[in-house]
Design a binder for this molecule. Structure first.
Ligand code: URA
Length: 227
């Protein structure tokens, strides 16, 4: 049997089209962060390293008092695909890595289904610190933390963003519309022509597997928008 089959079963997919893949790329090095922080030259993505260090020391909101690890992001610093979730959960808070729990296993399966790997894409959350008891993020937390996300996008310069769930979609699009209003179409991130697709959060898919086929449609849409 095809080695992808278990992943596709996990996604609830029987028929699928294997994508063109989407490994990393090496992009131009940005001169500065949106925040004005200096970014030096060097290998890989030094601006991202410096931003991660800022996040590690961040005390902009109350979540720093209860967090374990800061969960900055993971993946390729030159990724074409940038996936955005909501906030770290308990396991992520322990390990300092996004999407390592059950939702993360499903995300890995979704990536594999379109010919991607966790290493070739970039994965981050709107919030870098875990809200206690996995409560929804507060507006002030999104407001204080989202500059990190915008700077990550500026530094990585991906070619497509996939916003998973309402919080990611609303934060990235600066919108108050519901997930069902936002998904199923191509958006533009800021004014820089970067395509953005909204889809369901993997944790929601664990509770509502019937939505997996719509998620698959969203990922196929995202793939079609890649240059
Ligand atoms: N849910 C998220 O939104 N992010 C994670 O990192 C884990 C679960």
């Amino acid at each position: 049997m095809d080695r992808q089959a278990p992943y596709l079963r996990e996604m609830g997919l029987v028929r699928w089209r294997f994508g063109s893949g989407g490994g990393g790329r090496s992009g131009p090095e940005p001169d500065s962060l949106a925040s004005g922080t200096h970014v030096g030259g060097g290998d890989e993505n030094p601006g991202l390293l410096s931003l991660a260090e800022q996040a590690r020391r961040c005390e902009r909101c109350e979540l720093h008092r209860t967090r374990g690890e800061v969960v900055f992001g993971s993946g390729s610093p030159g990724a074409r695909w940038f996936f955005v979730g909501e906030a770290p959960g308990a396991e992520e808070d322990k390990q300092g890595v996004p999407f390592v729990g059950r939702a993360g296993a499903l995300l890995s399966a979704m990536l594999f289904g379109i010919g991607l790997s966790r290493e070739s894409v970039y994965i981050a959350n709107v919030l870098k610190c875990r809200p206690p008891n996995n409560r929804d993020p507060f507006g002030i937390e999104v407001q204080e933390c989202s500059p990190f996300l915008h700077a990550q996008i500026d530094l990585i310069q991906p070619q497509i963003i996939v916003a998973m769930g309402r919080f990611a979609a609303q934060a990235l699009l600066n919108s108050a519309e519901s997930l069902s209003q936002l998904r199923g179409k191509a958006h533009q991130y800021r004014l820089n022509q970067l395509p953005l697709v909204v889809t369901y959060h993997p944790a929601y898919l664990l509770r509502s597997p019937a939505a997996k086929s719509k998620t698959w449609e969203d990922l196929v849409l995202a793939q079609s928008l890649l240059a």
